[in-house]
Design a protein around this ligand. Structure first.
Ligand code: PLP
Length: 406
């Protein structure tokens, strides 16, 4: 049974006061809070088994290695990867995307094309621009309409043998829009040999992921947005492609042999994991998966979608409030502005005084803000521990801000 009070009791941070008010934490798209299961796992790692992995003959090192590899297998199952060595530990989505863009450099030539979408986070724009600068490839962008819906007909006219990479997010962080990645992937497969990269930073916390069914070549996400510690993340890549591409970072752990004349690289996944990893974090990411699976994906999704529907309905009752992407399929996020109040951060500051944590600004998606000709939005984003009462508090807070600022 879905027991919200039991879930909340696992997050000690939620029961504190901010500015004298009960904390209402609605900035989950930036980072989620961490449950006791994850905090205890982290603490246990550092109090009982901290040691460097894959190197030591001693017991602690072996224990740490076993635990981290166990976590890798848990993540493999969580996203349904075919092999555990297709799961690479990173420090987050940004690192994963940079790794892919760098490692593909040798396969990209002048006048090749890379397609992204209008709805991308800067971390799914800039690494591709940098790849274009290194290689002379061209960046193309799937446009969107006023509702924030991607115009994927664009792909019919623009996919060709020149297209080498298509990289899109599954859910937009700025607007919460769920993109039609099944259609994007099937169009891409039908009309090109492009590699498909999916940014799952905002989908993994909310929906069940199956990378084999999805048939993407790469899938990246951050641990800290799905109840795991900061500095954790995953890059999934298909074996065949991971074997073909060059490593991102050089150093310890990623070599098979090293001499001044020649270095050979370690097998997967270690070829892409240079240096000492975030062992405690990577193990705790496994605990975050346990936390989510104990509740169940369907329960998480149903609760969060109900919160979103409720928030949208209540917010739209406020005169002059506009929700961006109102009519599109969305999850986890409601992004809005109040008419006549040009600066979203003014609203955010008033909400903060009321104990309500939301994000304001461009959300690392300046092209989306330019499209709507705004500097930013107020973004409330939900996690499994949020309640309908918190939505009511948000709505009352927004009304108060509107009164104070108009
Ligand atoms: N992609 C999307 C869709 C995001 O929402 C974010 C973070 O907000 C990122 C990428 C970057 O994630 P990180 O900062 O964890 O690397």
């Amino acid at each position: 049974m879905f027991d919200i009070q039991n879930i909340r009791s696992q997050f000690p941070i939620l029961s504190q006061k901010i500015n004298g008010k009960d904390l209402v934490y609605l900035d989950n798209a930036a980072t989620s809070q961490k449950p006791l299961l994850v905090l205890d796992c982290w603490m246990k790692y550092y109090t009982e088994i901290n040691a460097n992995v894959h190197r030591g003959i001693h017991t602690l090192s072996q224990l740490a290695t076993e635990e981290m590899e166990l976590s890798r297998r848990k993540i493999q199952k969580f996203i349904n990867a075919k092999h555990d060595f297709e799961v690479i530990f990173t420090k987050g989505t940004t690192e994963g995307l940079n790794l892919i863009a760098y490692s593909l450099t040798n396969l990209i030539k002048k006048d090749d094309e890379i397609i992204i979408s209008y709805l991308e986070h800067h971390s799914n724009i800039v690494p591709w621009q940098m790849l274009c600068q290194r290689t002379g490839a061209k960046l193309k962008v799937i446009p969107m309409d006023e509702n924030g819906v991607l115009q994927i007909d664009f792909l019919d006219k623009n996919l060709s043998e020149k297209t080498k990479i298509v990289s899109v997010n599954q859910v937009s962080n700025a607007l919460g829009i769920v993109n039609p990645i099944d259609e994007i992937i099937s169009k891409t497969r039908a009309n090109s040999n492009a590699l498909i990269v999916i940014d799952g930073a905002q989908s993994v916390p909310h929906m069940k992921i199956d990378v084999q069914k999805m048939d993407c070549d790469f899938f990246v996400f951050s641990g800290h947005k799905m109840y795991a510690p900061m500095g954790t993340g995953i890059l999934y890549g298909k074996e065949e492609i991971l074997r073909k591409i060059q490593p991102f970072h050089g150093g310890g752990e990623m070599i098979a042999s090293c001499s001044f004349e020649k270095t050979t690289y370690a097998d997967l996944p270690f070829k892409f994991e240079a240096g000492t990893p975030n062992v405690g974090g990577n193990i705790s990411l496994g605990a975050a998966i346990d936390f989510m699976e104990n509740i169940g994906h369907e329960n998480i999704q149903n609760h969060e979608n109900a919160l979103l529907d409720y928030a949208q309905k209540k917010l739209l009752e406020i005169d002059g409030l506009r929700i961006y992407g109102e009519k599109a399929k969305r999850t986890g996020v409601v992004s809005f502005n109040l008419e006549g109040i040009g600066i979203a951060s003014d609203v955010g500051m008033i909400l903060d005084k009321l104990g309500i944590a939301v994000r304001t600004g461009h959300h690392c998606t300046q092209p989306i803000m330019d499209f709507f000709d705004i500097a930013g939005t107020v973004r409330a984003s939900f996690a499994v521990y949020n309640t309908f009462e918190e939505v009511d508090i948000l709505v009352e807070g927004v009304k108060k801000a509107q009164k104070m600022l108009s």
